[in-house]
Design a protein around this ligand. Sequence first.
Ligand SMILES: CC(=O)N[C@@H]([C@@H](O)[C@H](O)[C@H](O)CO)[C@@H](O)CC(=O)C(=O)O
Length: 308
Amino acid sequence: MTPGKKLQGLVAATITPMTPDGQINLSVIRQYVDYLVTEQNVKNVFVNGTTGEGLSLNIQERKQLAEEWVCQGKDKLDHVIIHVGALSLPESQELAQHAAAIGASGIAVIAPFFFKPTNKDELIAFLQKVASEAPAVPFYYYHIPLLTGVKIRVEGLLDGIKERIPTFQGVKFSDTDLLDLAQCINKNEREQFAFLYGVDEQLLSALAIGADGAVGSTYNYLGRQTNLMLQAFAKPDLALARKYQFLTGEFLSFVIKLGFGVAQTKAVMTFVSGIPMGPPRLPLVDASEEFIVKAKAKLDSIVWPDGD
Ligand SMILES: CC(=O)N[C@@H]([C@@H](O)[C@H](O)[C@H](O)CO)[C@@H](O)CC(=O)C(=O)O
């Protein structure tokens, strides 16, 4: 891992591999790391988040996964960010301490979503209590209002946040409110924070307003193509960048119509990478055979601009 290197580019929101009987399957994580690096050119991971079913795992499982990713990512990955958010503050603090002890390159925290913070001060108070348990580890707020129901705008959260949370490093912004994102970036004059976008189907729009990179589920299996989009954007060759975005959008809008979530992501990753991701944990249920056949046919039918 590369200490101190600003987080940018693509970050794969990792899937949690499971055995057919629903136990976490640590044995494939080494292969998973190699696959991301060599086949997808993705060298950053975000572990135990939404895609990783982090909130459906127990504390012990979350620690084991964090340890395995840090261990297998050593000398191969640039950043291993561990999501340590939980409904219970002490659990979140315990996970933050653990992430620090194992040498994670960052931690992230989602807003608590059963008893919810009702304003930014309550949210910051919670985040601060977690961040302070890992005082040397970069801290990211994980904003995903569609799932948490916590709709506090991030722009307001940034005011004075560095004084409250000295390790604050940026935001994983998983929302379609690009005005809020734009205002965050506009405020970030000294570019001290990283803004990582989390709605993969509209990443290009976020790049246009200055996002530093992206965290998402599709970078597990479309990382190579999305990296080519990032390169085209940087060149700049906007027409080419759009082609990549339109094609990933074509795939995603197809699967979203079929019903797409973490279970389906596990199935897609299994057929694309050949690494068994296993079933999701209840209340999520396995993708249907019909979904798998249709999603595979759709992905195979796409001709990417680089001819692959
Ligand atoms: C709601 C959701 O799962 N969003 C995904 C996206 O990558 C999403 O799968 C993608 O944009 C396809 O809709 C990420 O933002 C989640 C994520 O990064 C995570 O797993 O922590």
